[in-house]
Design a protein around this ligand. Structure first.
Ligand code: SF4
Ligand code: SF4
Length: 342
């Protein structure tokens, strides 16, 4: 991201906008991954579930998403699901429009379907393929998007691999290195990211890492980042895993991202996980990345995080003042979509 993008984002925050937008563009997914937060009963707050929402298809989906983007003017859009490749025809229409608007776009998929080689022409597009560990564990969890199928479906393109480390694999000696060795050898892989599984408050189960496992993973990642340059995780980001934000109010990622579900009006809070995520056990790479930026010292004890939180408060107050005192023709009401106030 360029300096002009950062200044643009800051100006947007001061004006009450969020620089990042994440949209569940479909409620459909051919996979049934254990631990999937999108289909968890708590994801949308407990009153309804993703599969019960009415979602959109075809030109209507494209038009409605572009209306949101044109109103919110985000710098970055994540298209998630369900699996967004369920709507690949709509993506074919949407991606050129987002590129023409200068929006950085991320499509997060299981790669159960071919990723078109022609998408490489979009320089601001990052296709992220979710892979849960080495082949035996992954194929068990994510069939029909097996290793064999992924390798075939990414053959003609470049992707980022994102793997969520669960408690089942966290303390297996050499596991992450074997994963990196396998994927870094493939020319289709531009970057590799790891997150740690983030549970809901009070949840139990084998997916959840113990504190010893978290420490082990952090030490391993610090070692591996020097051996595998494709592992795109800075040292500061990895260290943040040991002290995640205390609450959604402290999480710069949650506060800079609007997350919207498949009916294009239900807001997912406090972050993409929905429900009541346990921030003390968060391992989301995006949250850790922005926490590391937030801890960067700008001048003396003043950090970028201090500046962000002050700017965010100004933005919220500014937006509230606009709603109270000023009619806002720049924010037209849409019958299909309404973001709830921050
Ligand atoms: S591919 Fe993603 S959305 Fe689909 S079940 Fe798996 S984790 Fe959930
Ligand atoms: S991304 Fe992590 S730290 Fe941020 S609100 Fe969600 S669970 Fe909490």
């Amino acid at each position: 991201m360029k300096t002009s993008d950062v200044l643009h984002a800051w100006a947007g925050i001061l004006a009450g906008h969020r620089p990042s937008l994440s949209i569940e563009i479909t409620k459909e997914c051919p996979l049934r991954c254990p631990g999937c937060y999108a289909f968890d009963a708590a994801h949308l707050g407990g009153e309804t579930e993703l599969r019960q929402l009415s979602d959109f298809k075809g030109a209507e989906l494209v038009k409605n998403i572009l209306a949101i983007v044109d109103r919110e003017k985000p710098l970055h859009v994540s298209l998630v699901g369900g699996d967004p490749l369920v709507r690949y025809r709509e993506l074919e229409m949407l991606l050129p429009e987002l590129d023409a608007r200068g929006v950085h776009t991320q499509v997060v998929t299981s790669a159960f379907r071919v990723i078109p080689a022609e998408w490489s022409r979009f320089t601001r597009l990052n296709v992220v393929v979710s892979i849960d560990g080495l082949q035996p564990e992954h194929d068990e969890r994510r069939k029909p998007a097996t290793y064999e199928r992924i390798l075939k479906n990414i053959a003609a393109t470049k992707v980022t691999i994102h793997s969520t480390i669960t408690g089942n694999i966290a303390s297996r000696e050499g596991y992450l290195e074997e994963f990196l060795r396998f994927w870094s050898a493939r020319p289709q892989i531009a970057k590799i990211w790891f997150s740690l599984f983030t549970p809901q408050v009070g949840a139990t189960g084998p997916e959840i890492l113990t504190s010893e496992q978290r420490s082990f993973v952090v030490q391993d990642l610090l070692r591996l980042r020097t051996l595998y340059p494709v592992l795109d995780m800075q040292e500061g980001l990895i260290q943040e895993i040991l002290s995640p934000p205390k609450s959604p109010e402290d999480c710069i990622f949650a506060k800079t991202t609007h997350t919207i579900s498949a009916d294009l009006k239900t807001k997912i809070t406090p972050c993409q996980f929905g429900g009541e995520p346990d921030c003390s056990q968060c391992g989301c790479i995006a949250s850790m990345g922005l926490a590391a930026v937030g801890h960067h010292r700008v001048a003396g004890p003043l950090t970028a995080g201090h500046l962000f939180h002050v700017s965010d408060r100004i933005g919220i107050a500014w937006r509230a003042a606009k709603r109270t005192f000023i009619s806002t023709p720049a924010e037209p009401k849409s019958p299909e979509f309404k973001i709830l106030p921050s």
